[in-house]
Structure formats: C-alpha cells, structure tokens
Design a protein around this ligand. Structure first.
Ligand SMILES: [Zn+2]
Length: 356
C-alpha cells in the first residue's frame, strides 16, 4: 500500500454506498482502478468490473463487494419520529445514541437514534434495543416537517462514521465490510501493472453490489462474465474478542494473516493452489471451516454456470456490522499479496479437475 492507495481507501470508505445505492462509490473505485485495466463492464444494478485482457477466452475473477448495510425509513409518526427497517444485516443493538445520515433528493438530512434516559427506565424489566423500539429524531415535531426536509418512506440511512487509524496499524471505520475487498482487489491490479506482469488469461476485477441482502450482485454478474475461476475476498470474524464462542465460531484473529476457507463451495484444487502459494511466499494464513455455505459471494460464483472453481480468502475483522469495524494493516497487505501471487500461479486453461 502506498500513500496514494491509502488516500483512495480513505475517500472510498468515507463515501456511503448503501445496498442498492452503490454507484457513487463505484465511480470512485473505477477512477482509482482505471490506469490498471483495459476496460470496464458495468451492469444495470451497479456492479463494476475492471478487465485486463478482455479478448482472452479463459476468465479469472477476483471479487469483493461494494455495498454497505444501512436502514430504510419505514414509518413516520404524526410527532415526526422515524421508524426503520433493515437494508442488510444492520444491528439494532448498536443503533441507539448514534448520529445518522438520511439520504434524500435534497442531500443528507441529519438525525439521531434516541433512547429513553436511564432514569426513566424500569430497572426490573429493562428493554433492549429492537427494530420495533428504536427510532430516529430529525429535530421535527410533525410528520409534515419531516417530509418538508425531503425525508420519505424508502430513503436509506447510513452512519457518518469515518476512517481512522488506531495505534498505527489498525484501520477502523464503518463498512470495512467489504470496502476493504474492493480496495484489496484494486491493489492487486495496481501491482500487476507496476510489476509489468503479463497474464495469459482474462482478469475480471469485480466489485459486486447487493451482497448484504443475499449475494445478489454476484449472482447477476457471474452470468454475464461466465468465469472459469473466482477468487473472492470478504471479511470474517476475529473470534478473540469477548463473548464469542470459539467452539462455535472457530479461532481466527486479526494480525495472524488472511483466512482461507473450507466449505463445499470451495474448489479443493484451487484452495490448495492458494495454500501452496502462501507457504511458498511465506505469507501467514489461518483456516476457517463453514458448514453448507460460506455466506459470501463465493457461493454465488461457485454455484453458477455449471460450477465455477471458486475460493475464499477473508480478511479477519473485529466488531462486524458495527460503526467501529477494525482490521489489521498487515492482514490487508497479506491478503493483497496472497491474491496477487495466487494469480501468478494460475495458468491459461488451468485444469482444476479432480479426475486427471
Ligand atoms: Zn457484511
């Protein structure tokens, strides 16, 4: 990562890109990626793909997702308070007492998630925040006043929290899930260009929309690209912070390297190529097992087009879906290196079959 790449990362993170409204973020991402690719593909829903060697028959995807979790305005009371529903896996437990940005045609309208004072609550039967009892105050006293600000049912709501570096080597921000993915695959493209690497296959650097509501952007774009191979990157949990059961979630930790997944959707020979690459290049890595599904865009690529050889390299992260998501700078570097070096080990018409 260079100073320029970090500046891009900061700008890219500080721009809100809620699910369904990723286009502004995609423009920033394509501006950064442009010098490193031959052309772009975009689709009707906003997925963006930078392509190297577009005429090549054999196609390899490296992928992250562009969207971030948010809320929708669902109901405005006569008193001018706003009730919300989720757009993606937004967390009701962390919402109260937060500032919010409501996205309207007139621009951002600020608001706050209020919460009853500790003094006024019945200690014997305290309620925890739930989607039905949290609401946003935009400083209005009637529904008409709220509407005058440009707020209506269906407006999306994000948190204003911005990027910062904690103790020199931790990146903190909302939406590191998965803005980091888009950033890391763009860095791979930059390295390929700067190191003058000539790939003998087509590389599709893919920033998919709508992952947070069920892998939808990846489902769409994989039909368009029809790739032979897909290496997906997303975030996974650091399970060493309090109240996480390692017997259930496994042991993965920020600072200990990229996390390589084992799951039915992962093609074993592609995964072994990645593991051999890590061992060769002395890139630290961790292992994670998933039953049935990985819950990432890997599943969308794997189970498309008659089966695409797919693998998942995750960036461990603390406090997922909060406004203080945290990753380790070294892991970011190592995921970039692992994807980059794995690509160097993939050949044109690479045969991943179990039956040779
Ligand atoms: Zn997520």
């Amino acid at each position: 990562m260079t100073d320029t790449s970090l500046k891009f990362l900061e700008k890219y993170l500080n721009n809100a890109a809620p699910t369904g409204y990723e286009a502004e973020g995609q423009k920033l991402w394509m501006d950064y990626l442009e010098p490193y690719v031959d052309e772009f593909i975009t689709d009707n829903y906003g997925t963006a793909v930078g392509v190297i060697n577009p005429e090549a028959e054999f196609k390899v995807v490296i992928e992250g997702h562009a969207d971030e979790i948010s809320w929708y305005v669902n109901y405005i009371t006569d008193e001018g308070l706003i009730y919300v529903i989720r757009n993606g896996g937004s967390d009701h437990q962390i919402a109260t007492s937060r500032r919010v940005n409501i996205h309207t045609k007139n621009g951002i309208v600020e608001g706050v998630f209020g919460w009853p004072a500790i003094h006024t609550r019945d200690k014997s039967s305290e309620q925890s925040p739930k989607p039905e009892n949290i609401c946003i105050d935009v400083g209005c006293s009637t529904k008409a006043e709220v509407e005058e600000l440009g707020v209506h049912v269906g407006c999306v709501i994000t948190y204003p929290d911005e990027f910062f570096v904690l103790n020199n080597n931790k990146f903190v921000c909302r939406a590191l899930d998965n803005r980091m993915g888009g950033f890391m695959i763009a860095e791979v493209a930059r390295l390929l260009k700067e190191n003058n690497v000539k790939l003998d296959f087509g590389l599709y650097i893919t920033n998919s929309v709508q992952e947070e509501v069920g892998l939808r952007g990846a489902e769409m774009i994989t039909q368009r690209i029809k790739p032979d191979v897909a290496i997906v990157t997303d975030v996974c949990h650091d399970t060493t912070t309090p109240m996480i059961d390692k017997k259930k979630e496994g042991l993965t930790k920020i600072g200990d390297g990229p996390v390589i997944s084992y799951a039915p959707a992962i093609q074993n020979n592609l995964r072994e190529l990645i593991i051999n690459t890590a061992e060769d290049k002395k890139i630290p890595f961790q292992r994670l097992a998933a039953s049935r599904i990985t819950g990432t865009d890997t599943d969308a690529f794997a189970y498309s087009n008659g089966g695409v050889a797919s693998a998942l390299i995750s960036l461990p992260l603390r406090y997922m879906h909060t406004t203080v998501e945290m990753v380790h700078k070294d892991d970011v570097e190592n995921v970039i290196q692992l994807i980059y070096n794995s690509l160097l080990n993939i050949k044109n018409k690479h045969n991943f079959s179990y039956f040779n």
